[in-house]
Design a protein around this ligand. Structure first.
Ligand SMILES: C[S@@+](CC[C@H](N)C(=O)[O-])C[C@H]1O[C@@H](n2cnc3c(N)ncnc32)[C@H](O)[C@@H]1O
Length: 296
């Protein structure tokens, strides 16, 4: 990795490594990194399609990935644009470390610069003058999104593009009438954690069109996609659903009825006949919207 320093906070920006998941308490960094890796695999086709859809005038040379996580966007961008370098920024040292390993395995270590920084702190570390900035599922984590959008605007080269990708919310894995002993269980689980998301990530699933325009961007295009990926299309679907439901249990258990908790535990019992891994209706169903916002 040419300039990678994932264990060092960038510039004067305070490190956030001791609180990497303050919006998602109770989950270890490794668990979160595994989750992001599985999600990246399940959504890889859609991520590649979003990148192919971007209304770029020329192939970008310098890309910044804001809140890069374990590299879902960074690696797809490196693959799509073989002449580009990516500056990948995240507050989690564990995520950056995972990304460093993956970039090395892909033979792309020399084209990635890892920046360990908290983007809620000002000023942002030096990120150069990118011609493409990518932010997937990360903007809603920023404490002051308006300020983040204005900073991206100032950062971008004139004519450069800001690609924002936003998931509609948490994916669903089971048909609405499943499981047999507790139909609708998944929605009841989500209802128990809705207040947590509303309090901690109120902008998750937000429409970024107006805020982007307010920050000076011109919206070149917008793309909304419904995603439905079954186990036949990705081996990661089962493990991703399992890890998601395990995390859900941690947050929802206290508020669930005894019947629901029993049904949830049967889904989580990977050796049992009702395991989510073998559920006949299993698929990852979600929606993602992307905005292509240009700095005029
Ligand atoms: C839901 S993950 C998305 C990761 C990746 N973009 C993807 O699509 O898989 C959000 C990421 O934003 C990072 N993040 C959250 N708040 C941040 C902040 N203030 N500064 C930098 N990164 C932040 C988290 O550590 C996490 O890796």
């Amino acid at each position: 990795m040419s300039h990678a320093t994932p264990h060092q906070p960038s510039g004067t920006t305070p490190a956030h490594a001791t609180h990497p998941h303050r919006h998602d308490p109770g989950h270890a960094a490794g668990d979160q990194a595994d989750f992001l890796d599985l999600e990246a695999t399940v959504l890889a086709e859609d991520t590649a399609a979003v990148i192919a859809w971007l209304p770029l005038k020329t192939a970008p040379r310098h890309i910044v990935d804001l809140g890069c996580g374990t590299g879902a966007g960074t690696l797809a961008l490196l693959e799509r644009f073989p002449s580009a370098e990516v500056t990948a920024v995240d507050t989690s040292a564990a995520h950056l470390d995972r990304l460093r390993q993956k970039a090395a395995a892909a033979g792309a270590a020399g084209r990635v610069r890892l920046v360990h920084a908290d983007l809620d702190a000002t000023p942002w570390p030096g990120l150069g003058t990118p011609d493409l900035v990518w932010a997937s599922a990360s903007l809603h984590h920023m404490a002051d999104q308006g300020s983040a959008l204005r900073t991206v605007y100032a950062l971008l080269a004139p004519g450069g593009l800001f690609a924002v990708v936003e998931p509609a919310g948490s994916p669903r894995f089971l048909p609405p009438d499943a499981p047999e002993t507790a139909p609708g269980l998944e929605e009841r689980c989500h209802a128990t954690v809705a207040h947590h998301h509303a309090a901690h990530v109120p902008h998750r699933g937000a429409d970024w069109g107006a805020p982007l325009t307010g920050a000076g961007f011109t919206i070149d295009d917008e793309r909304r996609r419904t995603i439905d990926v079954g186990p036949d299309r990705s081996d990661a679907v089962g493990p991703y659903a399992l890890l998601s439901l395990r995390r859900m249990r941690g947050s929802a258990a206290a508020a669930l009825s005894a019947e629901d908790l029993t049904a949830l535990d049967r889904l989580l019992d990977t050796g049992g006949p009702h395991s989510i891994l073998r559920h006949p209706g299993l698929s990852v169903r979600t929606e993602r919207t992307a905005w292509a916002a240009r700095r005029p």
